[in-house]
Design a protein around this ligand. Structure first.
Ligand code: NOJ
Length: 544
């Protein structure tokens, strides 16, 4: 897997939860052995990196983001040896592995916190953030608005308040304490030494608190990240940090530093705007956000996505935009959660295959590394009757048989009910049936991924947005070295025509990439294209 070290730029990442993927021992939850058995499926799909949700020992009150031991595996998911085996088998297939590093907080069950709360004199006391009053850091917002009323929680043991940005059972670590930084580095080292290729750094904006600020994106927080990056670079090569910073592009830009902080960061504001654009049938939201997106250092890369394990977050939109998104995508108010919508891609697209394809076509052709959420490649549905975000974390649907082929356990024993409604249920939506025919969403997604990986123009190229008069059409040129690709997408539910100003590429021949067919050469006149509802084209522009 040698290269220029920038593997994450050319990656197509698949996000999954080991618990939800495949249960090979019949206890109702997936484990590493099960996941290892499914690596051929993932390799055949064409993804070349996996991002695993937290799998560490945990009381599982935030699905594992509440860690009680950073250097072990939750017994329900297997052992460290199982993990090593999974890692080796992934690498053997050319698949990199990205795991979670939850730095900001631990579980309240973590021995560090247990010691810290045991008495005010305990040497671990200063590993967390304590206060005698709830008046400190008043300007910090509450993130889990549906469950938490304050960022302070009362500790009856040591009779003081501790700081938490997420659930109250997730006390924040105190990164002003050098011992905490050291502990974070030790955890990082442990997983990198084992062979993990990248770490998703959870909730990074909140590492450090300062009075009179929002306690987000502080310079001291960036210092911590730069420190960890320096240590990682001194000790390892080809490792990657992916920042989870749900912030505006200018603020996220800081997490790349001068190429000395995080290699990647999610582009949170782009995601809801892709949904807005397709609903409004107008390219404006997408064009606007790219205009606000600053350049990033050459070794860095955006991580782009449509859906993930959380609610479709609407933190990075205006109040009006949020109302619009709720009106259009969460008419059933059960779909709302915190500042977001807890639905999967296919139901958000009302089961419309053309819209699902268009969204994936945009994802795979825009600048950044695309991240697919497990199950979306077959169009899985969700269950908004389950609590919190559990409705988008149901078992993978492998076939139409017992428990969707996910597990031999009794259905009651499963960690979550399987989706079984007539539209998205496992009898209708599953891997085995979609494998059988060429026109299934699964087969189509495979082709899309293959095409995406066929040229570095997508993973490394620049993007120039064109401005055809018809604003229902989004068109851009991706360029890398002497390769050029024109992407044209009809965001509307009706057929559209667009005239593109392609004068600069006069004499080039557009070759439609899915079929390999030649289109008329580009001449002096505006290039006229017609597109059916939600249709899109990728053209390689070949010079004559
Ligand atoms: C972000 C994760 O994506 C989310 O699932 C989790 O609840 C919070 N961080 C807290 O760790």
């Amino acid at each position: 897997m040698a290269g220029d070290g920038l593997w994450y730029k050319d990656a197509v990442i698949y996000e999954l939860h080991v618990r939800g993927f495949y249960d090979s021992d019949g206890n109702g939850a997936g484990e590493f052995r099960g996941l290892t058995l499914k690596l051929d499926y993932l390799s055949d799909l064409g993804v070349n990196a996996l991002w695993l949700l937290p799998f560490y020992p945990s009381p599982l009150r935030d699905d594992g983001y509440d860690i009680s031991d950073y250097t072990n595996i939750h017994p329900a998911y297997g052992t460290l040896d199982d993990f090593r085996m999974f890692l080796d088998e992934s690498h053997r297939r050319g698949i990199r592995v990205i795991t979670e590093l939850v730095l900001n907080h631990t579980s309240d069950q973590h021995p560090w916190f247990q010691q810290a709360r045991s008495s005010r004199e305990n040497p671990r006391r200063d590993w967390y953030v304590w206060s005698d009053s709830v008046e400190r850091y008043k300007q910090a917002r509450i993130i889990f608005t549906d469950t938490e009323l304050s960022n302070w929680a009362w500790d009856p043991v040591s009779k003081s308040y501790y700081w938490h940005r997420f659930f109250s059972h997730q006390p924040d670590l105190n990164f002003d304490n050098p011992a905490v930084r050291e502990a974070a580095w030790e955890v990082m080292k442990f997983w990198f030494e084992m062979g993990v290729d990248g770490l998703r750094l959870d909730a990074v904006p909140y590492l450090v608190e300062r009075e009179g600020t929002s306690c987000e994106n502080l310079p001291e927080t960036h210092d911590v990240l730069k420190y960890l990056r320096r240590r990682a670079d001194e000790t390892f090569s080809e490792k990657m940090f992916l920042a989870e910073a749900n912030q505006w592009p200018r603020d996220v830009r800081q997490y790349f530093g001068d190429g000395d902080e995080c290699h990647m960061a999610f582009h949170f504001p782009l995601m809801p705007r892709m949904f807005m654009a397709i609903r409004l049938e107008d390219r404006k939201p997408i064009v606007d956000i790219f205009q606000q997106t600053p350049e990033i250092p050459a070794t860095c890369q955006w991580g782009i996505f449509l859906r993930n394990h959380d609610e479709l977050t609407l933190e990075m939109v205006t109040d009006e935009e949020r109302d619009y998104m709720y009106d259009e995508f969460a008419r059933d108010t059960r779909a709302k959660l915190n500042l977001g919508i807890r639905r999967r891609l296919a139901p958000l697209m009302e089961g419309d295959r053309r819209r699902v394809e268009l969204m994936n076509g945009l994802l795979m052709s825009m600048p950044g590394t695309p991240i697919l959420y497990y199950g979306d490649e077959i169009g899985m549905g969700d269950n908004i009757y389950l609590g919190d975000r559990n409705g988008v974390r149901t078992p993978m649907q492998w076939n139409g048989g017992w428990n969707a082929g996910f597990s031999n356990a009794d259905p009651e024993q499963l960690y979550s009910p399987i989706i079984s409604n007539p539209v998205y249920g496992y009898q209708a939506v599953n891997v085995e049936s979609q494998r059988r025919y060429d026109h299934s969403l699964l087969s189509w997604t495979k082709r899309l991924i293959r095409l995406r990986k066929s040229s570095r123009v997508f993973s490394r190229g620049t993007m120039e947005i064109l401005k055809p008069q018809n604003h229902r059409v989004l068109a851009y040129i991706r360029e890398f070295g002497n390769e050029r690709v024109l992407v044209v997408s009809n965001l509307s539910s009706q057929a559209q025509a667009a005239e593109l100003d392609l004068k600069r590429w006069k004499g080039s021949i557009p070759i439609e990439m899915f079929g390999g067919n030649l289109f008329p050469p580009i001449g002096d006149l505006p290039y006229l294209l017609t597109l059916g509802p939600y249709q899109f084209y990728w053209f390689r522009l070949r010079r004559l």
